[in-house]
Design a binder for this molecule. Sequence first.
Ligand code: HEM
Length: 521
Amino acid sequence: MISRKCEQVNRKRCSECLALCTATTDCQQGTRQNACPSLFDTLVWCSLFLFMLPHLFSLCFHIKVPLCYSLQMKRDGTEFDKSVAWGVRFPFAFPVWFGPFLSILNLHHPDYIKTLLSSTEPKDDIAYRFIKPWIGDGLLVSSGQKWFNHRRLLTPGFHYKILKPYVKTMADCSRLMLDKWEGYSQTNEFFEVFGPVSLMSLDNIMRCAFSNNSNCQNEGETNTYIKAVYELSDLVNMRIRVFPYHSDLIFYLSPHGFRFRRACRVTHRHTEEVIRKRKEALMEEAKPEQTQAKRNLDFLDILLCARDEDDNALSDEVIRAEVDTFMFEGHDTTASSISFLMYSLASHPQHQEIYRERPQGDHPWIPYTTMCIKESLRLYPAVPGISRKLTKTMTFIDGRSMPEGSYIGAALYSHHRNSMIWENPKVFDPLRFLPENVSKRHPHAFLPFSAGPRNCIGQNFAMNEMKVVIAQTLRRYQLMADPARPPKVAARLVLCALNGIYIKIKPLQPGATTSLSMKMP
Ligand code: HEM
């Protein structure tokens, strides 16, 4: 019998489903529970494969375009190498096939990507559709007038003045995590960072955006809400990869569909509770203007005080969708970015030294830290690709066009390693981001936060969080990478490492604790 319970950090493989787990490697990626394939999955796969075989053969004979199959992207840490290689062969764009009927044209040239990102074409109805039952029709997935109104409404929530006081909260959250690492600094052992960093970033977004002290760094995954958020991330990711589960019927009849619905109920109940409590608190606080005067309005306050064109308050369902969207977008992305940043610096100790040697007075180290962060985001973009479904023909700069109904994406991971844009693309070199070097590149060469009207609304929040966490970490510890265990990079909603991200730490001044006083950059 196959179990769904997978291994914990540092254990080699799941003890209860050894054979299948070694095949998926998913089981080795951290503290989260993962979805191991069941007998049901295997049957679904086999029947679908038999059904599609004739179509595949006929396609191979007739098609005249490059054949790049998602199945060629093995989940063994080399899936992105494949896409980088396709980018070299097809410098403008290459289609990737998911089964015989569905393909996404992956753009790989800054001019092409610019055309796509300047448009307001809606998100595709493949990957984003699978997240919708969880995050609803929030900012990430909505389109048209609804998206426009909500974007306008939420943008003030990311204003400099709103973000400024969050620095202290960010510092508190990262200090809590670093305190817990004190033990590792004494034992000299390698440990996995994605798990604790992820809890820290979840803690941070809950405190900053909803003023909700989750205590999740202490409770860990014993907290039912945290467990549900992790389960949903894993299940959505699994659904994207396993083509038969693209069908609602098959997915919801499967055990995974059952777990998905259950986890959705848990997260929705939790969000509704947070909203209800805040509503009650706001009612007690008389007028919203007085609230603003008393304390900083957080993201939830902005939603609750918002009025539409007819002066109606937003419905609970709309508010819940936005809250769930921010919980989803606001923690996994930063967790991935911070973990890979730590790994990048651990592998390049010379850049840690440059950071520490900078005079600390006026914080001139911030630009250097920013360059390190950007270089890490270039090599390890948390969102490795984005996609849209065209509602009308799209014509690119050279006159070539794609018809309405096509799926088009920007392959950000391979774009950031495109040797036509980046010299020695695999080398970690923060100096690429010196202003004089940036000015020589295409403005759409570096796109970790996307660009255009649907760029990341939380990018300043994320950059601040990364700066605070890395500043705290480097002041306290020296980071060292494990040369025997480089991360096997893969997409799991966000960029992750199949085998975890391992570093070890050495205290800079034994016993010293950090007290960070930091000006905003
Ligand atoms: C390093 C961390 C982050 C990265 C790399 C990142 C990246 C991205 C990217 C590439 C997109 C465009 C997605 C698409 O077009 O499909 C996006 C959109 C979005 N991000 Fe982020 N993000 C990060 C952190 C955050 C944070 C912290 C928040 C919230 C606090 C956030 C909220 C959003 C939202 C709401 C959208 C949708 C915006 C819209 O469509 O109008 N992100 N992000």
